[in-house]
Design a protein around this ligand. Structure first.
Ligand code: B1M
Length: 211
């Protein structure tokens, strides 16, 4: 299926039953999970975001759309299973402090698990200090941070600075992502990489661990 207009419409309407049904149909027809995510789920959320910006949608509509996408992701997850694939590396991931958006972060975590990374998900609104303790606990190769709000982006820099003060920064690679994040911002704060989506996150993480 290359036309995801019905799936996009179901997301905009917040109809999670239809959204899951159409996602399963697309999977049955042989569409790749990546294509469903980028051309269907993300495209739908983009429209929802634009409607919110324009004042046509409010928080309840955003929540209904988010539920539809989360349910569709649950349907996609088994198709990304990496059983039998050797671990490529360990990663700690979280949405930074003050920010509760987790759909994109969850997608990235799911893609990376599917690609063979062992991912420790710290959740959302993760305090700076929690990233530091997670590095001590899990000894990851990569720390990944997500931010969806311009106001929470600076917290990524705080995490990097705190890892540096704790003499842990040299042991890990740091990657950042999220709708308002750019390569320029990543360079500015001293991150090792930026990924605009889950697919690029896989190739970036593979490159950072040399695999
Ligand atoms: Co909010 N929200 N929201 N929201 N929300 C945005 C982000 C916004 C752009 C909407 C808008 O105004 N057009 C706007 C931010 C404006 C800004 O900062 N400039 C906004 C706002 C203002 C808010 C509130 C402040 C609203 C309010 O309360 N007045 C509030 C903030 C709460 C908080 O965090 N403290 C809020 C709340 C919410 C909901 C709870 C209702 C809900 C979140 C539900 C959830 O996540 N469980 C929500 C939603 C759904 C959105 C939009 C509509 C969709 C976000 C999304 O899930 N996109 C969003 C508008 C938009 O982005 N178009 C919006 C789909 C997702 C797949 O994409 O997250 O970008 P994304 O992830 C992509 C890439 O960015 C990348 O890969 C992912 C997959 O390809 N990526 C990474 C993400 N993380 C990565 C990490 C990596 C690598 C790549 O490495 C580690």
């Amino acid at each position: 299926m290359s036309n995801y207009s019905n799936l996009i419409q179901a997301i905009v309407e917040g109809n999670y039953i239809k959204c899951v049904e159409l996602t399963n149909e697309a999977l049955d027809e042989g569409a790749s999970p990546q294509d469903i995510v980028s051309s269907g789920l993300q495209a739908g959320m983009l429209i929802v975001g634009n409607k919110f910006s324009a004042g046509d949608f409010f928080i309840p509509e955003m929540l209904l759309a988010a539920r539809a996408v989360i349910r569709a992701m649950e349907a996609i997850r088994p198709h990304l299973s990496a059983s039998g694939v050797p671990t490529l590396g360990r990663m700690v991931i979280g949405t930074v402090s003050g920010d509760i958006h987790d759909i994109g972060k969850n997608l990235v975590a799911m893609f990376l698990r599917g690609a063979g990374f062992e991912v420790f998900d710290l959740g959302t609104d993760v305090p700076v200090a929690r990233f530091v303790t997670a590095v001590k606990e899990h000894d990851p190769d990569i720390v990944g941070m997500s931010a969806l709000l311009t106001t929470t982006m600076p917290n990524m820099q705080h995490v990097i600075a705190t890892l540096d003060s704790a003499a842990l920064l040299s042991q890990v690679k740091v990657i950042v992502g999220g709708a308002p994040v750019t390569q320029h911002f990543a360079d500015q704060i001293g991150a090792d990489g930026y990924a605009p989506d889950g697919g690029v996150a896989i190739s970036l993480c593979r490159k950072l661990v040399g695999k």
